[in-house]
Ligand binder design. Structure first.
Ligand SMILES: C[S@@+](CC[C@H](N)C(=O)[O-])C[C@H]1O[C@@H](n2cnc3c(N)ncnc32)[C@H](O)[C@@H]1O
Length: 308
């Protein structure tokens, strides 16, 4: 973490990798975000899996046992709904959730044990980039889930590279179901990252708090403004932490001092929004056939199924 943090803070435009949002506190704050009235994303995707699980299964057309692997599973609430309905339809399933947060995987495991005791669940803790290799050469048909608009966190060519890398490890008949947040009224989008209660601010600030807690850094936490924007031209929501004063932040283990000027920004998160054409291009270049578009009733969000 220290190496990644110092790399990000040494750039001309400072940034921190958003995967470090998620520790025990970050997980709890993200769960609070998912419950916020402004954060339509989770409700939209919940509606999709809750109402269209049969259509998703038909579009995938599983022949026998289906191995479901989920990248960045989080607490797995929506996946729980999807898989419990599939089990009720008589489908034969195993489930491998992957997440960087050991804390959230433990929560997920407890929920699944309680709700779906007969389902085989094998959590994998780590960066999803590192587990992609392990997804090669699966004997059963597989479905890879990448939900909750996680794809939007990649910038520019990185999203293509990620989908390409997943596709390269898929066998013919395997599926990839990705949750995309669609372009819409910019005010609706911005509100999802700029709630009035300050939960999103606390979530963003947790990355600096983690640096202080875990790396013994000394960010002056009261001296930052949380500033989210949505740019309809690039289709990106971006979050910044802006230093309200000049400060020098010390990382004692590496003995590095990072200078922050008054007004200087630290970019903490990108959440890209999509059009249908963006998604078609993404799947086409990864050699995946689009077998289904599963929208919520407002067309705010889509789960798109690509099949190899
Ligand atoms: C925005 S949340 C979405 C969670 C879930 N997919 C959902 O739809 O509710 C992102 C999740 O991905 C995990 N995550 C973020 N970056 C990751 C990475 N590089 N590798 C593995 N997990 C990651 C986080 O810990 C978090 O649980």
């Amino acid at each position: 973490m220290e190496k990644d943090v110092l790399t990000g803070l040494s750039q001309m435009q400072k940034s921190l990798p958003s995967k470090y949002f998620y520790d025990q506190r970050g997980d709890a704050l993200f769960q609070a975000i998912m419950d916020m009235p402004e954060y339509y994303l989770t409700r939209s995707e919940y509606e999709i899996v809750n109402q269209q699980y049969t259509a998703i299964a038909e579009a995938l057309n599983p022949k026998g046992r289906l191995d479901v692997m989920e990248l960045g599973a989080g607490d797995g609430t929506k996946t729980n709904v999807l898989l419990s309905n599939w089990l009720a339809l008589g489908m034969d399933i195993s489930y491998t959730p992957v997440d960087i947060s050991a804390n959230v995987l433990k929560q997920l495991q407890q929920t699944f044990k309680k709700n779906l005791p007969d389902l085989s669940v094998s959590p994998m803790q780590g960066d999803y980039f590192d587990v992609l290799e392990k997804t090669k050469g699966n004997a059963n048909q597989r479905l890879i889930l990448f939900m909750g608009s996680n794809i939007g966190n990649f910038r520019g060519p990185n999203q293509n590279a990620f989908i390409d890398a997943i596709s390269e490890n898929m066998n013919p008949g395997d599926g990839l179901l990705v949750g995309f947040d669609m372009v819409k009224d910019p005010r609706t989008i911005l509100a999802a990252y700029n709630d009035k209660q300050g939960i999103t601010k606390a979530f963003n600030m947790n990355i600096l708090e983690r640096c202080n807690r875990e790396l013994n850094a000394d960010f002056a936490l009261d001296e930052f403004t949380h500033y989210p924007i949505y740019d309809p031209h690039t289709q990106e929501a971006r979050s910044y932490l802006i230093s309200n004063r000049t400060q020098s932040v010390h990382f004692p283990k590496s003995d590095v001092h990072i200078a922050l000027n008054v007004g200087e920004t630290i970019h903490t998160e990108t959440s890209r929004k999509y059009t249908e054409n963006d998604i078609k291009r993404l799947y086409k270049r990864a050699n995946l056939n689009v077998n289904g578009w599963f929208y919520d009733c407002k067309h705010y969000f889509v789960d798109c199924l690509g099949v190899k």
